[in-house]
Design a binder for this molecule. Structure first.
Ligand SMILES: C[S@@+](CC[C@H](N)C(=O)[O-])C[C@H]1O[C@@H](n2cnc3c(N)ncnc32)[C@H](O)[C@@H]1O
Length: 232
């Protein structure tokens, strides 16, 4: 799988060189191609932004360098092309999984006041948001999307079960996790987890998941209930 990223700040993507995602890139499970939009600018000073028509604060990214960068990276229109934007569909675990199964991807990161609408109309398949807030640029959003979708790509996580057995995988939040020592600052690991009784452990985890989700995210419990009713 190849993930292309178009950005004015390629150096920010050094954050993906570490840990699980860094290993996935090094081992070749995923190819990360970070492209500097500025190198496609036909402006003599390599300018990539300009004042907005109609006035208003801030600068807008010009369409030409973006259009040419997209054409160079994905000439056959093979990639699913995504613009990170507060107007987009919100990233969820289900969306991350869907993107992980979409073949090669191209992420366009906006900056300043955003991107000239014509670049979006000409080049982009969908817009993706991290949530109802505004970031200074799409770079952090792209990294979050890449991290979350790569967890669903076989070979990225040590144990493939990890992406399945996790918060949101079945519409529920995860149960509490414990490791050594058995007693820490007077707090003990729940007895059932050291009992060695696999069935009881599973039952306890399920109950904890349901209780935590009901308390913290009643909206998820409604989804969970309607999914399970539909299955019956
Ligand atoms: C300052 S924002 C532009 C916001 C735009 N003027 C608006 O009000 O919708 C600059 C860039 O950050 C990215 N961005 C901002 N908020 C985002 C979010 N919630 N999700 C994904 N990307 C976001 C987009 O790529 C955007 O072009």
């Amino acid at each position: 799988m190849t993930i292309n990223v178009l950005t004015l700040f390629p150096e920010m993507f050094a954050a993906l060189e570490h840990s699980v995602i860094g290993r996935a890139i090094q081992s070749g499970v995923v190819r990360l191609n970070v492209v500097n939009i500025r190198s496609f600018s036909k402006d003599k000073h390599l300018k990539c932004d300009d004042y907005p028509y109609g006035g208003g604060a801030g600068m807008v990214m010009t369409p030409q360098p973006i259009f040419d960068a997209v054409q160079a990276v994905d000439p056959q229109r093979i990639c699913r092309r995504i613009y990170l934007s507060p107007k987009g569909q919100t990233l969820t675990a289900a969306k991350a999984k869907q993107l992980s199964e979409s073949g090669d991807l191209l992420f366009l990161c906006g900056h300043y006041e955003g991107v000239d609408q014509r670049a979006i109309d000409l080049c982009i398949d969908e817009e993706l948001s991290l949530g109802d807030f505004v970031l200074t640029g799409g770079e952090l959003a792209a990294m979050v999307a890449i991290d979350s979708l790569l967890r669903f790509v076989p070979g990225v996580l040590g144990s493939e079960q990890s992406a399945v057995d996790e918060s949101f995988s079945d519409s529920l939040l995860e149960y509490p996790q414990y490791t050594r020592p058995r007693v820490f600052e007077g707090l003990e690991v729940p007895e059932v987890l050291v009992s060695g009784h696999h069935e009881n452990v599973e039952k306890w985890r399920r109950e904890q998941s349901l209780a935590i989700t009901s308390r913290l995210r009643p909206d998820l419990i409604e989804n969970f209930a309607s999914k399970n009713t539909a299955k019956e």
